[in-house]
Design a protein. Structure first.
Length: 431
């Protein structure tokens, strides 16, 4: 990107938005979609016909020049906003020096620096930690499960209904949000059990009682706030009970922070809202490098007992992604935790008001900028998602019948108010 492009991109961040000048999709978007349909895998279920050309902050401009207010952040990824200048600068600097040299086989200082930064961000109860870097959330979940099995010499893993941990075969075995993700793919990984999210008693009273000896369980994996499953905040006794069960039986507790981490809930890790609870392993991805592919398995040092060759990756911890992660952590720690807390509270207040006026909203929930709005049924949520797109607001459904808000953490008060206004209009029109 030339400096001219950067300047025009920063203007884009402040341009009046939404701004829709064509029918949607516009002519250039239609032709891009037709071209795409011929050669791309039909397994990707596109949500609405958005064809982004460039983006800055919370604003996305499509190929026809329409501007959308982004409350998705590319599914909770562009934490510092689209093309944050500090992140773009770090990517430029690193990419002009070194694009790749497999960190699983040689030494990259920028890899170690990213790991240092992640270790120092973890809840103090975890103590000393070490990090393995991968490319995607699913890859980090696979790594965490391998590590948990290796460190405990046990094989079973307990996850929760509604969970989303990824789509590769190991993580897919833990994913239990929609049966269509599993259908047609044959047997899942052996030794995987599920409990209702928020119900730790089920683990002791049903799983341990009837199905699964706790001494065979390597790990319990849970999202601090369920993402794909509905942006559900668990009851306050859930995580303390999981910690107690794990401690009693020598089981490792894994917090999947792929969607909830890196400041999204107003704390670096959503698990920090569970006062006094520390996991043994944190899995991170999505927002960690503002959109560059990177993920992390952050584990207590005492668990990192696997020796050379036990786990690795050609691209994992790519130096350009690592540079983007360091810049991302700088920006998030400096200014975005506070913004996520403040604007999140503003959105929750506005949505609660909306709910008090509108019976089609059944519940508003969330923490920071991870907010779910539950509607009466899936059809209403899906129609609001589509209607908002036509009004220039990008939102996404989750769970059975919720719409999620997960904007870039740089969202301003004005942009939050615009989002609330459009949502109100859309709910009026649709519900
Ligand atoms: C909580 C959680 N874990 C894991 C994943 C998988 O991440 P990825 O799509 O990067 O493989 C996701 C993706 O949505 C997620 O939300």
């Amino acid at each position: 990107m030339s400096p001219v492009d950067t300047a025009s991109n920063s203007e884009l961040a402040g341009a009046p938005t939404p701004f829709i000048t064509t029918e949607l999709p516009g002519p250039l978007a239609r032709s891009a979609i037709a071209r795409d349909a011929l050669v791309t895998s039909p397994s990707m279920g596109r949500v609405y016909p958005l064809v982004p050309a460039r983006a800055a902050g919370c604003v996305i401009e499509d190929v026809d020049g329409n501007r959308f207010l982004d409350m998705n952040a590319g599914i909770a990824v562009t934490s510092t906003g689209h093309c944050h200048p500090e992140v773009v600068h770090a990517i430029h600097e690193q990419s002009s020096k070194l694009l790749h040299y497999c960190a699983s086989d040689w030494y990259l200082p920028v890899y170690a620096e990213s790991c240092e930064r992640l270790v120092s961000s973890t809840p103090s109860g975890m103590g000393a930690a070490q990090v393995f870097l991968g490319n995607s959330g699913t890859e980090a979940v696979e790594g965490a499960i391998k590590l948990a099995r290796y460190a405990t010499k046990r094989h079973n893993v307990i996850a929760f209904f509604g969970a989303f941990h990824g789509r590769t075969l190991g993580s897919l075995s833990l994913t239990a949000s929609k049966s269509k993700y599993r259908g047609g793919f044959g047997p899942m990984a052996a030794g995987t059990y599920h409990a209702p999210y928020g119900d730790a008693a089920f683990i002791e009273e049903v799983l341990f009682e009837h199905l699964c000896d706790p001494l065979d369980v390597a790990a319990i994996i849970a999202e601090p706030i369920q993402g794909e499953g509905g942006y559900s905040v668990p009851p306050p006794d859930f995580w303390p009970a999981l910690r107690r069960i794990c401690d009693e039986h020598g089981i490792l507790l894994i917090a999947d922070e792929v969607q909830s981490g890196i400041g999204r809930t107003g704390k670096m890790w959503a698990i920090e809202h569970e006062v006094g609870i520390s996991p043994d392993i944190i899995v991170a991805g999505k927002g960690i490098a503002s959109g560059m592919p990177l993920s992390a398995v952050i584990a207590r040092e005492a668990l990192m007992v696997w020796g050379p060759g036990k786990h690795g990756s050609t691209f994992g911890g790519n130096p350009v992604s690592c540079a983007a992660a360091i810049a991302t952590l700088d920006v998030v720690e400096r200014e975005l935790l506070e913004n996520a807390t403040m604007i999140g509270a503003r959105l929750l207040r506005g949505l609660d008001e909306l709910a008090s006026l509108n019976s089609s909203i059944k519940e508003v929930r969330g923490r920071g900028l991870m907010i779910g709005i539950e509607f009466a049924d899936h059809d209403t949520a899906a129609r609001i998602e589509q209607d908002c797109f036509r009004r220039g607001l990008l939102v996404l459904t989750c769970g059975k019948s919720a719409v999620r808000l997960a904007p870039p953490l740089v969202i301003s008060a004005d942009q939050a108010d615009t989002a609330l206004r459009i949502l109100a209009d859309s709910i009026d029109a649709v519900a």
